[in-house]
Design a protein around this ligand. Structure first.
Ligand SMILES: [Fe+2]
Length: 523
């Protein structure tokens, strides 16, 4: 018995025929022959082994050849079946072929003919199997291409989601978050416009926090919607997303609005929830046909989940920062309270410095960050012993050296409190001199940050025009003379000139701020 032998099953109720055929194939060689005396046994053998051809008698007890043929092909439709019968008729022949027989042989079977038929049937079977294998390979190839497409789509989706998470997660201010959200929403779903409406629970109104409009949907900025009215109002009220892809009447979208009516051919509205309460709704308008789909809902929901986390983080961050700032302010007030002579000093220096910064054309960002750090410029004094800080007379050299450490102590105190570098520089460098003779770093000219150069001037002016334990307040004129005398030595001359200009232009304000009753400001 060889591994390449062809396997044949002979099914006949007559033992003589079974044996004759078996002997014939064994003599031919290259065949493994199995016999069965009826259809039931044949099916059992076929289910246990794989065969290359079946020879089946037509008339058998229990199950005739046609029934067996049908059952075999239900099980394996590639197995060639040759039907044998002693009662041949055209009808029988047609019926067996109709049921899938490969060939029809009359009994008694002529062995020479059987060999020819068998060769032909087996050739056909090889072709059939090759054909099926090719079809199968083609299907597999298609399946792989399909999988590849799906994989590419998944990779694309993941990269979109990653980008959304990245660009929303890192934001630490509300001013950045909402514009970013609507910009991302338009890009993600390919909408013409998008807006985020905040749910004001006190007034039961939806108010726009950010909008991005390319024009087709009208101006969105003035929109306000009573919760529960119109499509958007109901989306917020129910807390359910809405997708609509048919032209909508403006009053349907928002029953009450100010500004231009909202127009749209399609709309998706997704509520943003924070701790189970609707915080607002993200709305995208106008998408090319076929409009918004479930995929878009998934993307916007993902965006909103990330944004909800960011909102909570921002709220936490802002409250921590507010808390911190309040604490810092209290510390500065505590320092000032120790010394009646320096009370309100930091507030006045802050007000004067902001005026100078504005007049010198500093950027809005710089001006905005100035008051807090300016107010804190002397916070390092918390680290100076009280007997030095409040000493009524002049300080000894040693005491003065300790006093001069307050900018460095101050910078150390605020180092890890989230201040911007330029804010920290103000605290460290507010005692530097323009000619490099100041402290703590001996910086020169424009090496000293401009905001620190401004505070150096306003700080000195306020100190000179305040009463000190060892002298009365100097007049404004004397203080101004002193500033001019030390221009380009201690002070930046440009800052001094701008400051003097402010003294002249805003006389009333300055007198009020400094608590000076009369002053000659004709400087
Ligand atoms: Fe200082």
């Amino acid at each position: 018995m060889e591994a390449n032998d062809l396997k044949i099953i002979i099914v006949d109720d007559e033992p003589n025929i079974r044996e004759t055929l078996k002997e014939f194939f064994q003599q031919l060689g290259g065949f493994q022959v199995t016999t069965a005396h009826d259809g039931i046994e044949a099916l059992k053998r076929i289910s246990q082994d794989s065969f290359d051809c079946a020879l089946i008698d037509l008339q058998m007890p229990r199950m005739n050849g046609v029934e067996l043929l049908e059952k075999i092909h239900n099980y394996d439709n590639t197995l060639p079946v040759i039907i044998m019968t002693g009662h041949a008729s055209l009808e029988v022949a047609i019926e067996t072929v109709r049921f899938g027989a490969s060939y029809f042989l009359n009994k008694p079977v002529r062995l020479g003919q059987l060999k020819n038929v068998l060769d032909k049937v087996l050739r056909e079977r090889r072709l059939l199997i090759d054909n099926l294998r090719l079809k199968d390979q083609l299907k597999q190839k298609e399946a792989i291409e399909d999988l590849n497409k799906q994989l590419n789509q998944k990779v694309k989706e993941q990269s979109i989601l990653f980008n959304v998470a990245e660009s929303v997660g890192g934001l630490l201010s509300s001013e950045d978050l909402y514009p970013q959200m609507v910009a991302l929403a338009s890009d993600l779903v390919g909408a013409d416009s998008s807006l985020f409406l905040y749910y004001d629970h006190d007034q039961d109104l939806l108010l726009p926090l950010a909008t991005k409009s390319n024009g087709n949907s009208g101006t969105l900025d003035g929109i306000y919607i009573p919760v529960g009215t119109g499509i958007l109002g109901r989306s917020a009220f129910n807390g359910h997303p809405i997708i609509l892809n048919s032209p909508l009447e403006p009053e349907l979208i928002a029953e009450s609005y100010s500004g231009e009516p909202v127009m749209s051919d399609s709309l998706i509205s997704v509520p943003m929830k924070i701790r189970d309460e609707t915080f607002g709704i993200l709305v995208a308008l106008d998408k090319k046909k076929p409009g918004f789909q479930e995929d878009d809902l998934f993307l916007l929901q993902f965006l909103l989940n990330k944004a909800a986390l960011a909102v909570e983080n921002i709220a936490l961050y802002e409250s921590v920062m507010q808390n911190l700032r309040d604490t810092m302010r209290s510390l500065v007030k505590a320092i000032e309270a120790k010394d009646a002579y320096t009370e309100q000093h930091s507030s006045r220096v802050t007000e004067l410095s902001v005026k100078v910064a504005q007049k010198m054309g500093l950027s809005e960002d710089e001006v905005v960050s100035l008051p807090f750090s300016c107010f804190l410029h002397d916070i390092g004094k918390i680290g100076i012993a009280d007997h030095i800080l409040t000493k009524p007379g002049r300080l000894t050299d040693e005491e003065f050296a300790i006093m001069r450490s307050h900018p460095v102590i101050g910078e150390r105190i605020v180092r890890n409190l989230g201040l911007l570098p330029r804010e920290k520089e103000i605290i460290r460098s507010h005692h530097e001199s323009y000619d490099g003779s100041g402290y703590p770093d001996g910086l020169k000219g424009t090496e000293i940050p401009l905001m620190a150069r401004i505070i150096t001037v306003t700080d000195a002016f306020d100190a000179m025009t305040s009463d000190r334990p060892y002298r009365k307040a100097l007049s404004v004129q004397t203080a101004v003379d002193e500033l001019r005398n030390k221009t380009w030595i201690q002070f930046d001359g440009d800052v001094v000139e701008v400051f003097i200009q402010i003294l002249q232009d805003e006389k009333e304000f300055i007198l009020d701020l400094m608590g000076i009753e009369t002053a000659d400001l004709e400087v």
